[in-house]
Design a binder for this molecule. Structure first.
Ligand SMILES: Nc1ncnc2c1ncn2[C@@H]1O[C@H](COP(=O)(O)OP(=O)(O)O)[C@@H](O)[C@H]1O
Ligand SMILES: [Mg+2]
Length: 508
């Protein structure tokens, strides 16, 4: 409404100052508006290519009347976002535009070429991308560090089961054996013979049914020398063969050093040289010592580890055949100084290669120890063509050995400061005579289905309770439901694994 009023008031011609927009293109001239028109003064920044900058260009002149768009053009000045341009109009008097100098918001001093704009966004993009990459790399590094730390912690907490064989302070003999038995098959025969010749026998430490075991010296080191009775050549041969099986070495299997056989027709000497373990057999150890639950766990765990390795068939080159021991008992298990077991006496072992489906049974007349024979062996129903059956029979014997261990594991007597455990005893000591016959054992184990008794105090300790459960699952009459060595190992490994650290063994 005020606009309308104003346009009526100023509906007359005006004389305006003009420059750059004059009729006839004259400069510094005048122009005449049509009635209702106005004078204007405009400014615009023009890009000067020669200097690369924007120069200000001012024009003056006459603006057409409102109805022809003049006012609209004048109004442009009020639009704030137009950069580098402005226009003001006036209609008060003639030449009212001469001194008008409209201001403007300058454009950039340099032209706005397309490249810098896009390169700026490129820079932003690149910056963003590098931040993202850096962040991802950082996260990955932190993740890897966390994993490494966790693994180290786990290793630190895990049982130090790789001890004597893996430390850097190996004796010269162990180094020799380690170096040349990368494949796990032992020293070259010539070296074995040389060692055997240089052995100095010291004293008798054990007597089995098939030979004698001596403490001996090779250079400055103690070794054990098993000598076989002349009639037991097949036992020597089998044991040597088993020890020289590829990948047989394991920290819970007695470490083999050398074997030798000498003879002159009427007389033969057969030797088997192994690591010496001063603590002696598990039977001797348990007869003289009592153990705490931690020692029980380590003894049982290491026995299961050794047997799991023995039973395991390793495929590939070199591969390892599965081996069943067939004479597992506490006298054939040695106790190492670090509290772990080492399985010994392989005179009766059988090998099995599943690819050839071939069971390799020794040509000797030796049989297992009757007291530890599984019911299917006593009942003579074990199928020798099925290798699994030999492994299951081993697990029955493991059950009895665990029972021998558990009896010696002491627990506190509630309400007192003292502890208690059972006396050392052989399995079935109370139901068969000292050297039981096949029939004695058969009657007890198969006919009466007797098994060693489980004292109630074994339930009072976690380790003892677990071991007692395991032994019962090992000596189950049905061989197919017995635990495997690997299962026993895993169960005992899960039970307070931090307790599975080496414990020094002393005879007390
Ligand atoms: N490496 C050894 N270190 C210490 N004692 C051993 C060693 N090997 C065997 N013995 C002792 O000798 C006994 C008989 O050994 P073993 O190999 O079982 O012979 P056998 O075949 O005659 O049964 C074992 O019960 C153990 O007391
Ligand atoms: Mg023996």
């Amino acid at each position: 409404m005020p606009l309308k009023k104003k346009s009526i008031e100023s509906a007359r011609s005006l004389t305006c100052y003009c420059d750059g927009s004059c009729p006839g293109n004259v400069s510094n001239g005048t122009c005449e508006t049509r009635p209702g028109g106005s004078c204007f003064s405009a400014v615009e920044e023009i890009y000067d290519e020669s200097t690369g900058t924007y120069e200000e260009e001012r024009t003056f002149g006459c603006m057409p009347p409102e109805e022809n768009g003049g006012l609209l053009m004048c109004k442009v000045a009020a639009v704030p976002h137009i950069h580098g341009k402005n226009i003001v109009c006036c209609d008060k008097e003639d030449f009212c535009n001469r001194d008008l100098r409209p201001a403007y918001t300058p454009k950039m001093t340099t032209p706005a070429p397309e490249l810098p704009v896009s390169s700026e966004s490129m820079h932003t993009l690149a910056l963003l991308a590098s931040i993202v990459v850096c962040l991802s790399v950082f996260i990955v590094i932190v993740f890897i560090l966390c994993l490494t730390y966790k693994r180290r912690e786990k290793l630190r907490k895990q049982p130090r089961l790789i001890s004597s064989m893996c430390n850097s302070q190996l004796s010269p003999l162990s180094q020799l054996v380690e170096q040349s038995s990368g494949s796990g098959s032992g020293l070259p025969l010539l070296v074995q013979r040389t060692i055997a010749k240089q052995i100095q026998m010291m004293r008798l430490v054990g007597k089995g049914r098939y030979g004698e075991v001596w403490l001996a010296k090779w250079r400055d080191e103690h070794v054990a020398v098993k000598t076989f009775f002349t009639t037991e050549e097949a036992s020597w041969f089998r044991e040597t063969e088993i020890y020289q099986t590829v990948l047989m070495r394991h920290e819970n299997i007695l470490g083999f050093i050398a074997a030798d056989i000498k003879g002159n027709g009427s007389w033969t000497q057969m030797l088997l040289i192994t690591d010496y373990h001063e603590v002696g057999s598990l039977h001797d150890y348990l007869s003289m010592s009592v153990i705490n639950p931690q020692k029980l766990q380590l003894l049982a765990y290491s026995l299961a580890s050794g047997l799991a390795h023995l039973h395991d068939e390793i495929f590939g080159t070199p591969g390892k055949p599965a081996i069943a021991h067939r004479d597992i008992k506490s006298k054939n298990i040695l106790v190492k100084r670090n509290g772990q077991c080492a399985i010994a006496d392989f005179g009766l072992a059988v090998k099995y290669n599943s690819e050839l489906d071939e069971i390799h049974i020794a040509q000797n007349t030796r049989v297992g120890t009757r007291r530890y024979m599984a019911p299917e062996v006593l009942a003579q129903v074990l199928n020798p063509q099925q290798f699994e059956e030999f492994k299951r029979a081993d697990m029955y014997s493991v059950g009895l050995v665990l029972w021998e261990m558990a009896r010696r594991c002491y627990t506190p007597i509630s309400g007192t400061k003292t502890t208690t455990c059972e006396d050392y005893a052989l399995p079935y000591h109370d139901v068969v005579p000292s050297d039981p016959t096949f029939e004695d054992m058969h009657a007890v184990v198969c006919v009466k289905n007797f098994r060693p008794p489980i004292p109630s105090r074994w339930q009072e300790d976690d380790v003892l309770a677990t071991v007692s459960k395991i032994m019962q699952e090992c000596w189950h009459p049905n061989p197919t439901v017995r635990l495997t060595a690997l299962r026993v190992k895993k169960t005992l490994g899960r039970l307070e694994p931090e307790c599975l650290i080496d414990v020094p063994m002393k005879i007390v």
